[in-house]
Design a protein around this ligand. Structure first.
Ligand code: 13P
Length: 255
């Protein structure tokens, strides 16, 4: 089954509201002819409303960078899946920056994944090894245990809807992107584990992305690979021209 490549831009904590539409206007022009790639932009929460108006009727989808698992209540500062529904299609869950700086555990992440799918949002679940894991030979065990823990509250059919992003912590924002060979090995391990846990049909439907220092100059190696279904881009996605170049590369590499 040939899947459309998915190119997701995680703006992280960049972009104030007035800049959002300007950035999206520029991106829209650059990518208006793109047909074979699914394009997703994940701006900060406060930019989502404006962004939603901006991308309406275009080939750009939106995602949020986080979500809380309850629908409403005394959770000061949190954003629920009900609030995001209608504003965006995707939601990034379990990003390593949230695991590290906000102490999100596998247990919390599993609840967020379940809340997102049950409200019709597509989670982009991030998993990844630290440099310490990598040096100690624990990468595989870390990645696969994060994966298994995050999916344990949802059904088989719901699992098929989740997008997994392999984001090695040592590659994020360091300029040291992971080789395509290694990213492929991990994508295969992830799909193999999903097949073992939930069946082959589910693993074949599922999409696995690579993220970590993806730039226009290195992105195409990931698009050549049938086991990598796209990329999750941080820093380079804030520059509309650079991000569009990555998207155009994905289009070119799609048969
Ligand atoms: P960089 O592309 O800036 O390394 O960030 C990757 C990332 O964390 C995307 O979620």
């Amino acid at each position: 089954m040939v899947k459309r490549k998915l190119v997701v831009g995680n703006w992280k904590m960049h972009g104030i509201v007035p800049e959002t539409s300007i950035m999206l206007e520029k991106l829209k022009k650059e990518v208006e002819d793109i047909k074979k790639v699914e394009i997703v932009v994940c701006p900060p929460f406060v930019d989502l409303y404006t962004a939603n108006i901006s991308v309406n009727g275009t080939n750009i989808e939106l995602g949020s960078q986080n979500v809380f698992y309850e629908e409403q209540g005394p959770y000061t500062g949190e954003i629920s899946p009900l609030m995001l529904k209608g504003l965006c299609k995707y939601v990034i869950v379990g990003h390593s920056e949230r695991r590290i700086h906000f102490l999100e555990t596998d247990k919390i992440i599993a609840k967020k994944v379940a809340a997102a799918v049950r409200h019709g949002l597509t989670p982009i679940l991030c998993v990844g090894d630290t440099l310490q894991d990598f040096n100690d030979g624990f990468s595989k065990i870390t990645i696969l245990s994060q994966l298994q823990a995050a999916l344990h509250l949802i059904t088989k059919d719901e699992v098929a809807k989740v997008v997994i992003a392999y984001e090695p912590v040592w590659a994020i924002g360091t300029g040291k992107n992971c080789s395509a060979k290694r990213a492929t090995e991990v994508a295969k391990d992830i799909k193999h584990t999903i097949a073992e846990l939930f069946g082959k049909a589910i693993s074949e439907k599922m999409r696995v992305l690579y993220g970590g220092s993806v730039k226009a100059k290195n992105a195409n190696v990931y698009f050549d690979d049938p086991d990598i279904d796209g990329v999750l881009v941080g820093g380079a996605s804030v520059d509309h021209f650079e991000f569009a170049k990555i998207i155009k590369g994905a289009e070119k590499h799609t048969k």
